[in-house]
Design a binder for this molecule. Structure first.
Ligand code: NAD
Length: 296
């Protein structure tokens, strides 16, 4: 049976460290703060934002909740981001994605000052990540790196196969794993929707990371015996027996992989809790920089 990598437990230990550092910093007059901006009322986005604000509160951080209606103009949203850029209480800015269709996501992300880019989606920070320089790394890929480290899994010289090439998960994750030093030094293959013979690639993986957004895509026959599997996928499967009318399923056949994989992350309770933890981590990192600048 595969060992379950408990993301909740790892995240909870990290959050306790973050909470302690937050208190120390707040004691010197710098309380880390994140502006959370939500446009519209998409139920999944509302639940993500609620979870993030709860985590901020538990960590002792300041959260500035700003909501705009679905009909808000792009300029209005950019003005709000600029206000947050100028607000000294705000160390990080998070604009919940996706945005309504009439708003250009790229322009909005560009308007966030790179030093307040808690989500790590600004091209400046993504460019630095690609160059192997310190920056704000996107939370889900960075959370996966931290999860592997906390579980004592080295990546040096290992063959990591990532399924998914999105700019928020697959691509930054590939760059982190390719970087030099701890959490990096891996040999990386990135597969995507145009990859021919997916299983041929996934079977080569020492560490297989599924981030395709396709429920149950990775089956036991696609996994090398003893491989470690990280399941990033969050797919809603209609389920009348659940209060919400759905249950969550990852991109892997979790049950089927039990007899093949050495370790595997569950969905929920694997990568998800790490993602929010890294948002706190990035906010704290930005606040520390503010503290250094103000000599606190
Ligand atoms: P996306 O739709 O932007 O990208 C999906 C990627 O998978 C694409 O690059 C596509 O080429 C590839 N892909 C799709 N079908 C494929 C197939 N059959 N074979 C090979 N490749 C295929 O999605 P995303 O934003 O990168 O998210 C991926 C999944 O991870 C989603 O389920 C999302 O909900 C989940 N996610 C979870 C967290 C978390 O915190 N747990 C965070 C971000 C995303």
């Amino acid at each position: 049976m595969a060992e379950i990598l408990d993301g909740r437990k790892i995240a909870s230990a990290m959050r306790e460290d973050i909470r302690r550092e937050t208190e120390r910093l707040a004691g010197r007059g710098v309380r880390p703060g994140l502006a959370v901006i939500l446009v519209g009322e998409d139920p999944a986005s509302v639940s993500y934002v609620t979870a993030k604000e709860k985590a901020l509160e538990e960590a002792g951080m300041f959260s500035l909740d700003r909501r705009l209606p679905e009909s808000a103009a792009e300029e209005e949203l950019i003005r709000l981001v600029e206000e947050c850029n100028a607000d000294p209480r705000v160390d990080g800015i998070l604009v919940q994605l996706p945005l309504p269709k009439h708003i250009n996501e790229e322009r909005v992300l560009l308007s966030i000052h790179p030093s307040k880019d808690a989500d790590g989606f600004h091209p400046f920070n993504l460019g630095k990540l690609m160059l192997g320089q310190d920056s704000f790394y996107p939370c889900t890929p960075y959370g996966i790196i931290k999860l592997l480290a906390a579980a004592g899994v080295g990546t040096r010289g290992r063959h990591v196969v990532i399924v998914g090439r999105s700019p928020t998960v697959g691509k930054p994750l590939a760059n982190l794993l390719l970087g030099k030093g701890e959490g990096g030094d891996a040999t990386v293959t990135v597969c995507h929707s145009a990859t021919d013979g997916l299983a041929r690639h996934t079977r080569q993986a020492d560490i297989l990371i599924a981030a395709a957004g396709k429920a149950g895509l990775i089956t036991a026959d696609m996994v090398k015996p003893g491989a470690l599997v990280i399941d990033v996928g969050v797919n809603r499967i209609p389920d009348a027996s659940k209060k919400k009318g759905f249950r969550l399923r990852g991109d892997t056949d979790f049950e089927g992989l039990q007899s093949v994989a050495s370790k595997i992350t569950p969905v929920p309770g694997g990568v998800g809790p790490m993602t929010i933890t890294m948002l706190l981590y990035n906010t704290l990192k930005a606040a520390k920089a503010r503290g250094r600048q103000s000599g606190q």
